[in-house]
Design a protein around this ligand. Structure first.
Ligand SMILES: *[C@@H]1O[C@H](CO)[C@@H](O)[C@H](O)[C@H]1NC(C)=O
Ligand SMILES: *[C@@H]1O[C@H](CO)[C@@H](O)[C@H](O)[C@H]1NC(C)=O
Length: 245
């Protein structure tokens, strides 16, 4: 009787664990992502942080550093040359998006012609967002949402008629506005700090390992430790075992 009463519980716990594991160490189903993450010894430049386990190929990592690369034909310089200190953040943002296997908890289905999945509300560490905004104060753009509304008739994005080129600080009055609005909600601004285990780092020191592995684990279990499978098991086990006696 003890074995029988435990079986449904273990099946439930197993299902929960599997559902959560499916959010970990995964690649989204998008334009250039590999189907599964794995080592990529030849990752280039700023994407090299992910070489031990990546969703991007070496080719994608090189292209992430190029203006109007074949990845998306996207022109960072649509209102004049983007300063290098700003552009490095967009390169890092591209590396994170293409290479990270730790964005599973924020993958969402979409009905785009060019991808089936996207990310939404990835909690970015405060410092990474603030630095991005600081370093882009001298950059110029004509749009808040860079996902939509461009004129693509020439094959690359141009400002639509009537959209004025302005400094970032007028287009994005705060760091939160930049991080949250530029890719239509892909990122969420947080007050969590780098190293807290509660936010995704766009930048990290690979010698210390990838800090985003633990962050994805934290959010995959619904960030509610009292309801984790282990706690439920520990709470119910005595009852289950005692019941038949
Ligand atoms: C990456 O692959 C694409 C498509 O095959 C190709 O057009 C491009 O030249 C490659 N880029 C590099 C840097 O090898
Ligand atoms: C789009 O760009 C083309 C080429 O520069 C231009 O001729 C056209 O008027 C633009 N259309 C809109 C709606 O901005």
């Amino acid at each position: 009787p003890q074995v029988r009463s435990l079986t449904p519980l273990l099946v439930v716990l197993g299902t929960v664990a599997v559902a959560q594991d499916s959010l970990l160490n995964v690649c989204m189903d998008a334009k250039h992502h590999k189907t599964e993450p794995g080592p990529e010894g030849q990752l280039y430049g700023q994407c090299v942080l992910w070489k031990d386990n990546a969703c991007c190929t070496a080719n994608t990592s090189v292209e992430a550093h190029q203006d109007q690369s074949y990845l998306y034909n996207f022109n960072w310089d649509h209102c004049g040359a983007m300063p290098e200190k700003c552009k490095r953040h967009f390169i890092q943002d591209t590396c994170l998006y293409e290479c990270s296997p730790n964005l599973g908890p924020w993958i969402d289905q979409v009905d785009n012609s060019w991808r089936k999945e996207r990310i939404r509300d990835v909690p970015l560490c405060q410092e990474d967002c603030e630095q991005w905004w600081e370093d882009c104060q001298d950059a110029v753009t004509c749009k808040v949402n860079w996902h939509k509304g461009w004129n693509w008739t020439t094959g690359t994005n141009q400002c639509p008629k009537g959209a004025m080129c302005q400094k970032f600080k007028f287009v994005f009055p705060t760091a939160a506005a930049l991080c949250e609005q530029i890719w239509s909600g892909s990122y969420r601004y947080t007050s969590h700090h780098r190293g807290s285990g509660r936010c995704i780092q766009m930048w990290f020191d690979p010698a210390q390992g990838n800090p985003n592995v633990a962050v994805a684990q934290y959010y995959a279990r619904g960030n509610a430790p009292p309801n984790s499978p282990l706690s439920i098991l520990l709470a119910l086990l005595p009852l289950t075992l005692l019941a038949p006696l």
